[in-house]
Design a protein around this ligand. Structure first.
Ligand SMILES: O=C(O)C(=O)C[C@]1(C(=O)O)C=C[C@@H](O)C=C1
Length: 108
């Protein structure tokens, strides 16, 4: 029994190491995305542009669903992940807006 389990344990460890590497890439990509959305947030705050752009989001969701389908990934899952990320971006932009307004008030 023990001998039969060992290859499975080794395979489990090998796959988990691959998962850890993928997670590392995911985090790096997410950090890249937030660096870009922070730049957009700065532009939006400075030019008084709304944080949420529903038309843009509609295009993004349709695109991500298409990409997920082509990659054999559940389209609803892909949409949920993107909506979660975008939701957090909007929170981030609103924080930037609040901080910017506070700074302006402090200077008055
Ligand atoms: O493209 C923008 O205008 C953004 O603010 C970025 C972003 C996104 O995270 O992709 C976030 C909020 C908007 O509603 C749409 C898209």
């Amino acid at each position: 029994m023990r001998d039969a389990e060992e290859p499975a344990t080794a395979e489990l460890s090998r796959i988990r190491a691959e998962i850890d590497a993928v997670d590392e890439r995911l985090i790096a990509l997410l950090a890249d995305r937030f660096r870009l959305t922070r730049a957009i947030g700065r532009l939006k705050v400075d030019n008084d542009i709304a944080s949420v752009d529903p038309a843009r989001e509609k295009i993004q969701i349709a695109r991500i669903r298409r990409l997920a389908g082509a990659a054999g990934l559940d389209e609803d899952l892909a949409e949920t992940v993107l909506r979660t990320v975008i939701g957090q971006v909007v929170v981030d932009h609103e924080d930037m807006r609040r901080r910017s307004a506070d700074d302006t008030q402090d200077q008055e």
